[in-house]
Ligand binder design. Structure first.
Ligand code: NAD
Length: 482
């Protein structure tokens, strides 16, 4: 018996969860279930994340969460339950198989079997955002070495365990050289540990275009959080139906399994909803908890049902389908087929290789020699016609140690010295203080002294960002012309 926590959620959630649990029971899954409540009712009782504090106790006990979709109430003040759960339980890997079931589910891409592995905790989703000036807001993109190494090694381990041939990485490192650059470099390095697997990298824009056009050329794709969020939906949609997508969120100690669709409130309580997405999430759970034989039996019975043309309303198509059923009819049809394999669709096999908990490990980086070679001081300045030369002249009075003003940019474009008059300037200025060739180190007292002088002159400092060399290497983006 494996203990799991189950939440039935809102809308169609209870129906599809009941259907899923019934199938698992009939397939002899050995589950000891604890139920918790999540979603709309819990939000409206005043718990801003949609989950009551006591429910965490159950999750801490079982460490495995099978979750139905919930309805997020309209209006402000409600936090995403998924984001809270992922962050609280450290669920760093989101795994989303996107498979087409041609000719039983209409799709433009009959040959598609892609697994998207999305980093789940970092990137622009750290939730660190600020309004800095009247005109400018920012969101911090954080990409860490351990986080990146973990998700990339997870992707390769997944590919190995599931007998896949290739791992592809998408980033935008031609623009974000440090953050996405770290992701790409780590990918190349980790790939060397898996010589039996093919590896490739695409810039995310052309990579997405290729994925949408010829998904048959992809196998496993690993991505930072934002690209993964967007492209896992695109990939699921082009299989023909988002309703068939299940997903796993995996951490070092905890895991959560769910459907990718929402609570479809308009379909609730009518015995109409398709339970397939949640069932496919539950199948991933069975593999995770070491019941791969049950997972295989359920998955193949489900494929056989699909192949026999027994379809819920969302998949039903005259000429392809043989029978239109509701949630319960579909559930019973799967149960009747337990023990059968599909004849035309490829049966699944969860061999002993995949019957294990896949994890991504990381090595602790050796601390580098770190030197402070300057500072970027960001100002909110709306002075004289927003003329960068006026600001440059003011700032050129302020020097400390080896640091003096070398460069001002506005939205990343150099405007001082020798800017172009055509450049549109906002009220947000990045002012870079370094030694002439950025080769002389200073210390933080120099940053404080310059900041003090700037503040005393009545200028509005938004923030400062230290410029460092790690082991002698410049590790900050250079302004144009530097
Ligand atoms: P949705 O996925 O609930 O529904 C979109 C469309 O797909 C609807 O037309 C619905 O009829 C259909 N559909 C979805 N699942 C189906 C199924 N299993 N069987 C048959 N048809 C299905 O998306 P939405 O309408 O944008 O969102 C509804 C609610 O769900 C919102 O409150 C949203 O916040 C929430 N939501 C929750 C989750 C989650 O809990 N993980 C994810 C997405 C949306």
């Amino acid at each position: 018996m494996t203990k799991i926590t189950v939440a039935k959620g809102d809308g169609i959630g209870p129906e599809i969860m009941d259907a899923t649990l019934k199938i698992l029971k009939e397939a002899d899954a050995k589950l000891d279930i604890e139920h918790i409540e999540i979603g709309e009712k819990v939000y409206l009782e005043g718990h801003s994340s949609g989950i009551a504090p006591a429910s965490w106790e159950s999750l801490r006990r079982t460490k495995v969460f099978l979750k139905a979709p919930i309805t997020t109430p309209q209006g402000g003040g409600f936090k995403s339950l998924n984001v809270t759960t992922r962050k609280t339980l450290g669920l760093y890997a989101n795994v989303r198989p996107c498979i087409s079931y041609h000719p039983y589910v209409a799709t433009k891409h009959p040959v598609m079997d892609v697994v998207i592995i999305r980093e789940n905790e970092e990137d622009l989703y750290a939730g660190i955002e600020h309004q800095q000036t009247d005109e400018v807001t920012q969101c911090l993109k954080l990409i860490t070495k351990p986080g990146t190494e973990k998700i990339i090694r997870f992707a390769f381990e997944y590919a190995k365990a599931y007998g896949r041939k290739k791992v592809t990485c998408f980033t935008k490192d031609n623009i974000m050289k440090l953050t996405d650059g770290l992701f790409h470099k780590t990918f190349d390095k980790v790939a060397e540990e898996y010589p039996d697997l093919e590896s490739e990298h695409w810039i995310v824009d052309i990579g997405s275009a290729k994925l949408a056009d010829t998904p048959e050329n992809f196998d496993v794709i690993v991505m930072p959080n934002l690209y993964g969020d967007i492209l896992s939906d695109v990939a699921a949609q082009i299989t023909g139906s988002v309703g068939l997508g299940g997903s796993a969120n995996i951490g070092a100690d905890y895991a959560m399994f769910e459907a990718i669709h929402g609570s479809a409130p308009r379909r609730a309580g009518q015995d109409m909803a398709n339970p397939s997405g949640l069932l496919l999430g539950a199948i991933q759970m069975l593999v995770y908890i070491g019941q791969a034989d049950v997972a295989e039996r359920v998955h193949n019975a489900w494929l056989k049902t699909l192949e026999d043309g027994i379809h819920t309303y969302d998949l039903f198509k005259e000429g392809v389908s043989t029978q239109k059923v509701g949630t319960s009819g579909f559930t019973d049809a799967i149960i009747e087929r337990l023990g059968q394999n599909p004849e035309n669709l490829k049966p699944v096999s969860y061999s002993s290789g995949s019957n294990q908990r896949i994890q991504g490990s990381f090595t602790t980086p050796v601390p580098a020699k770190k030197e402070l070679v300057g500072v970027d001081i960001f100002l909110h300045w709306n002075g004289e016609s927003r003329d960068p030369n006026v600001l440059g002249d003011i700032l050129s009075q302020f020097k400390s140690g080896p640091f003096e003003i070398r460069l001002i940019t506005n939205r990343g474009v150099k405007v001082y010295p020798e800017g172009l008059p055509e450049t549109f300037c906002t009220d947000h200025w990045r002012c870079r203080f370094t030694s002439e060739k950025m080769d002389r180190a200073g210390d933080y007292s120099h940053v404080i002294e310059i900041s003090q002088m700037i503040s005393d002159a009545g200028l509005d400092i938004i923030k400062t960002e230290n410029l460092c060399r790690f082991d002698g290497e410049i590790t900050f983006s250079l302004g144009q012309g530097q």
